[in-house]
Design a protein around this ligand. Structure first.
Ligand SMILES: Cc1cc2nc3c(=O)[nH]c(=O)nc-3n(C[C@H](O)[C@H](O)[C@H](O)COP(=O)(O)OP(=O)(O)OC[C@H]3O[C@@H](n4cnc5c(N)ncnc54)[C@H](O)[C@@H]3O)c2cc1C
Length: 420
């Protein structure tokens, strides 16, 4: 008969993984459930999408992470429903009972309920989607060299919707690809017609960053030849033409949607627990209306004195909420729990080689030093020495050769063999 407290964590992203690691080697039984078998380092998805690094460099199998753990177990399955009255969750594969449940399911791309947009554009919220973008863009280049001048204008335009860090970084990476890599891979082809177009609802890119960073990132995008369309709201896309509220239309068969995220809510909790598609939590990350259910990371919504409308959905919040909850869950009965608060450590984005913008709480800087700073910090955050070295090697190789050698088109065979 199991006597250990059983904690189930749904989601092994930044928040769930941090919590599981901090509960490792405690007397609790921890089960991490995720629909994929690996932790994903999302900030570098854009480098997978633009063929700079391999997906394996930023993906970390849970079984490897917990290989030596005696109290943490991993199950790969998608959670479909929470039944709080019975302390159980229902997944694709089985039902699991818990003493405490932690929801750390993060977000998915927000298509604002537009099914057409969802079906016809590319999101970039998991490794598979980043690989799909890479395949699609590389296939487009192959198509262009065959069709040449006959090719439809829609093939020549790569459109990215949304000018947050994801959109800006991706636009910069594609613009660099056009300038440095395509002339070498396709020496007899003129790619001057290829346009990288970044559509932004705001006047400036990176609207949540400082004015200096917004201005500088706009300049960097211009320097790289990215067409930045500001103050434009996309209203429709039919697979061939992107339409905007202003009436402007852009032909494109390559549209990447980076215009926002929404929470991965699971069925089962009452309406009072959910706010703006996130779980509403108290200062201990306990879901409102529940005793033994907590939510951490992007999926949680917590109002504090510093953040009266919830915390930003960034990796640092997820990691620190995971750490704080791990500490609280280990308190003895009667011991007071610590409130969570986020102390902003800053934000940054890179827009091609030698160009980055960094906003730290007391210092803002842009340019080459910011770029080195960005690289250093991301390398430090990547899990496992092997992956740090692999990424460092790839970056150095592209830095010295202005090239990376990873532009593989690998599309899974449609025949899906599974063990019955
Ligand atoms: C392209 C991109 C770039 C980003 N860049 C930055 C950056 O530069 N800096 C920064 O601070 N933040 C960045 N972010 C945001 C950052 O990645 C998130 O804030 C962070 O991942 C949130 O962590 P999380 O643990 O809450 O969720 P996630 O990391 O999203 O993890 C959620 C996990 O839950 C699993 N899951 C979801 N639903 C279910 C279910 N029903 N059943 C089982 N498993 C489920 C998923 O498979 C996933 O593993 C970026 C995000 C994206 C998409």
């Amino acid at each position: 008969m199991e006597t250990r407290e059983k904690i189930i964590i749904i989601g092994g992203g930044f928040a769930g993984l941090q919590l599981a690691k901090n509960l490792n080697k405690t007397k609790k039984k921890v089960i991490v459930i995720d629909k994929v078998n690996h932790h994903m380092f999302q900030p570098l998805f854009y480098q997978v999408a633009s063929g700079r690094i391999e997906p394996s460099n930023i993906s970390f199998p849970f079984r490897k992470i917990f290989q030596n753990s005696r109290n943490t177990f991993f199950r790969m399955t998608e959670v479909q429903k929470i039944v709080p009255t019975e302390n159980k969750i229902i997944t694709d594969a089985a039902e699991f009972h818990y003493d405490k449940l932690i929801i750390a399911t993060g977000c998915k791309t927000n298509f604002f309920g537009n099914d057409k947009m969802e079906n016809l554009t590319f999101g970039m919220k998991n490794t598979q989607e980043a690989i799909s973008i890479r395949n699609h863009v590389l296939l487009t280049f192959e198509k262009l060299i065959i069709e040449r001048g006959r090719s439809n204008e829609a093939n020549w335009n790569i459109v990215i919707v949304g000018s947050g860090p994801t959109g800006v970084e991706l636009a910069g990476a594609f613009a660099e690809m056009k300038a440095e890599i395509l002339p070498r891979d396709y020496p007899n082809m003129n790619f001057s017609q290829l346009k990288i177009i970044l559509i932004s609802a705001t006047e400036k890119p990176l609207s949540v960053m400082s004015n200096d960073s917004q201005d500088k990132s706009e300049k960097y995008l211009n320097d790289l030849g990215v067409q930045f369309l500001s103050g434009e709201r996309v209203t429709d896309y039919d697979g061939e033409v992107v339409s905007m509220a202003s009436g402007l239309q852009i032909p494109s068969k390559n549209v990447i949607w980076a215009a926002g995220v929404t929470g991965n809510i699971i069925d089962g909790l009452s309406a009072e627990s959910v706010f703006k598609n996130r779980y509403k939590v108290d200062r201990h990350n306990r879901v409102i209306g529940c005793d033994n259910i907590f939510a951490i990371g992007d999926i949680s919504y917590m109002e504090t004195e510093l953040y009266t409308t919830g915390h930003p959905q960034v990796a640092n919040v997820a990691i620190t909420q995971g750490k704080n909850l791990a500490k609280n869950l280990q308190k003895k009965p009667g011991q007071p729990w610590e409130n969570y608060e986020y102390h902003d450590k800053g934000s940054m984005a890179t827009i091609g080689k030698h160009r980055a913008v960094v906003d730290l709480p007391k210092l803002k800087f842009q340019g080459v030093f910011a770029w080195y700073f960005w690289m250093f910090l991301h390398l430090m955050l990547i899990l496992s020495v092997r992956n740090k070295l692999a990424i460092f090697f790839n970056w150095m190789w592209s830095y010295l050769n202005k090239d990376s050698s990873l532009r593989l088109i690998i599309i899974p065979n449609k025949k899906n063999k599974t063990i019955q």
